[in-house]
Ligand binder design. Structure first.
Ligand code: PXP
Length: 247
């Protein structure tokens, strides 16, 4: 069964728009995470950014204490974030690239170019019992490097797929890149997740991609929750994911 990890960062984005610098405010990302779990989400994904523009350190600690499913901590490859991961002990870390100017995570991680430092990070996290995922574009060289440095998972960046969705030829090209990437990753012993830009309208086009374990989805679910509520938005996404893997 394909699992759903709900990324709750944008709940905190909304809170910070009004309550930045205050000790509390609404909406509460931890309450939202608990609601997603109650609605059937298999995990919660949270990205603590260097500039703390949405999630705050206190949110991450409360998530660790309160959620009953798996905590997927997205972080940049920095010594400060490694220390936070080791003290919070999420179930797994997804290493993401981070540039201050981007609104949300835009590109995949440059694994080939940073193989040694990512290998060090991987060893330190695994040494604390935390599994490691690398958020990468469906690029075969990046996948080979991810396997070489011993990551447990990759998360395939589906942003280009999502952007190509309205254009059939480009979409077919992007789906093929994801299929080839996932097959290679699986052959090399990596477990495969995917995420970015996924919606109830485009997710079924990913059903051709083999070996997927979990999709991490944030913006669409939080956006839909404004119209139909968070529980219904999670149900709607779980329903849209139901046909995977196709028989
Ligand atoms: N996966 C990763 C690694 C991300 O950084 C994000 C957020 O940018 C997502 C998944 C979720 O993307 P979206 O909010 O577009 O669903």
């Amino acid at each position: 069964m394909l699992k759903l990890g709900v990324n709750i960062d944008h709940v905190a984005t909304l809170r910070e728009a009004r309550y930045r610098g205050r000790p509390a405010g609404e909406p509460d990302p931890v309450a939202a995470a608990l609601q997603c779990e109650a609605a059937g989400a298999h995990g919660i994904t949270a990205h603590l950014r260097e500039d703390r523009r949405h999630l705050l350190d206190r949110d991450l600690r409360r998530l660790r204490e309160r959620i009953a499913t798996r905590l997927n901590f997205e972080m940049a490859n920095t010594p400060a974030m490694l220390q936070i991961a080791i003290s919070v002990l999420p179930n797994y870390v997804c290493v993401v690239p981070e540039r201050r100017e981007e609104v949300t995570t835009e590109g995949g991680l440059a694994v080939v170019a940073n193989e040694d430092s990512l290998a060090d990070l991987r060893r330190a996290l695994n040494g604390s019992g935390i599994e490691v995922s690398l958020f990468i574009a469906p690029d075969l060289a990046e996948i080979e490097a991810s396997a070489r440095l011993g990551a447990q998972y990759i998360e395939l960046h589906t942003g280009s797929f999502a952007e190509s969705f309205a254009e059939p030829e480009a979409r077919a090209r992007e789906v093929k890149r994801l299929v080839d990437a996932s097959k290679l990753a699986h052959d090399l012993g990596l477990r495969v997740n995917a995420g970015h830009g996924l919606t109830v309208g485009n997710v079924s086009a990913l059903f051709e991609v083999p070996h997927l374990e979990e999709l991490n989805i944030g913006h669409h679910i939080i956006s839909r929750s404004i119209s139909i509520g968070l529980t219904a938005a999670v149900h709607e996404m779980l329903h849209a994911m139901k046909g995977y893997p196709p028989s």
